[in-house]
Design a protein around this ligand. Structure first.
Ligand code: ADP
Length: 274
């Protein structure tokens, strides 16, 4: 992964800047309302909220897939919107489901994306090898996605997103469909990859523990429409341990903090959780 400016003194404090964001799919019901957040260059932040609160919508808006009704989104000082031009900052996206093309091999899945993002033909093979190796899936280079386990498919999907060497990586609950042991291994490796990369990473999750394990800062959203309810700084040193009692303590504090906001308080008994 390309190392970009995290140690640089010029890293921008507001590399991603969102102000007064308002998104509605039907023009009536808001999915995101009056949301403000800034993310520093090279930071690893989590966006935490219950299912349906608007987390994916926020990521879609940052990537330019969904057009906001109001508000501002800038990445590296440039406005984001649908139909972004050639000066736009490259953004990688990892979805909850792997979204690999089943009729293409692992390598071909990466090649398609690399070609589409302008990587030259003589560079593509090397780039594929490097990122498959990084995600520990070199052995599956010529395998069809359907022959892979869920964890392996998600590794391919992460390799595909990182291989284009985006300045910003958006991840939308990428481990939520995996078994817990696989998910823990992948979280650990993601934390290591991020530390080496210097990329700006925005990770959406409904898991408080996952957010605490991975991120430097956690944007806790309201139940929906999404707005930032609070921002938590996670000062636990890296490398972190998933079972670290410090994380357990922080997790308990956040649960207590969001109980009413997310609708699990005594006044809303019976409300469905995540
Ligand atoms: P989360 O990612 O937190 O689960 P979403 O961003 O997916 O939440 O959804 C936020 C709200 O927007 C929900 O009420 C959801 O039903 C609605 N929504 C999401 N995607 C669409 C869509 N494509 N069309 C209409 N409504 C949508």
């Amino acid at each position: 992964m390309a190392r970009k400016g995290r140690s640089s003194v010029s890293a921008a404090a507001d590399y991603i800047r969102i102000a007064g964001l308002h998104v509605s799919y039907d023009g009536v019901t808001p999915a995101v309302s009056d949301l403000d957040m800034t993310v520093a260059e090279g930071d690893f932040v989590a966006v935490l909220g219950p299912s349906g609160c608007g987390k994916s919508t926020l990521l879609h808006a940052i990537s330019g897939v969904v057009k906001p009704q109001a508000g501002l989104i800038e990445v590296a000082g440039q406005p984001v919107g649908t139909g972004r031009g050639e000066h736009s900052v490259p953004i990688g996206y990892v979805f909850q489901d792997h979204r690999l093309l089943p009729w293409r091999t692992v390598a071909q899945n990466l090649a398609i994306v690399l070609r589409a993002s302008g990587v030259s033909d003589d560079e593509i093979d090397g780039r594929i090898d490097r990122y498959l190796d990084m995600l520990h899936i070199s052995d599956f280079r010529d395998t069809w996605p359907l022959r892979l386990s869920g964890g392996q498919r998600q590794r391919v999907s992460i390799a595909r997103a990182l291989a284009v060497q985006p300045a910003v990586v958006l991840m939308d609950e990428p481990f939520s469909t995996l078994d817990e042991v696989t998910a823990r291994i992948m979280r650990q490796q993601l934390a290591e990859l991020w530390q080496e990369s210097g990329q700006t990473l925005v990770f959406v999750t409904h898991s408080i523990r996952e957010a605490l394990f991975l991120a430097n800062r956690i944007f806790i959203l309201t139940r929906g429409p999404a707005r930032v309810f609070d921002v938590v700084q996670v000062s636990v040193a890296r490398p972190r341990r998933y079972e670290d009692p410090a994380l357990t303590e922080l997790e308990a504090q956040i649960v207590e903090h969001v109980m009413d906001q997310w609708g699990y308080g005594p006044s809303s008994a019976g409300t469905e959780g995540t």
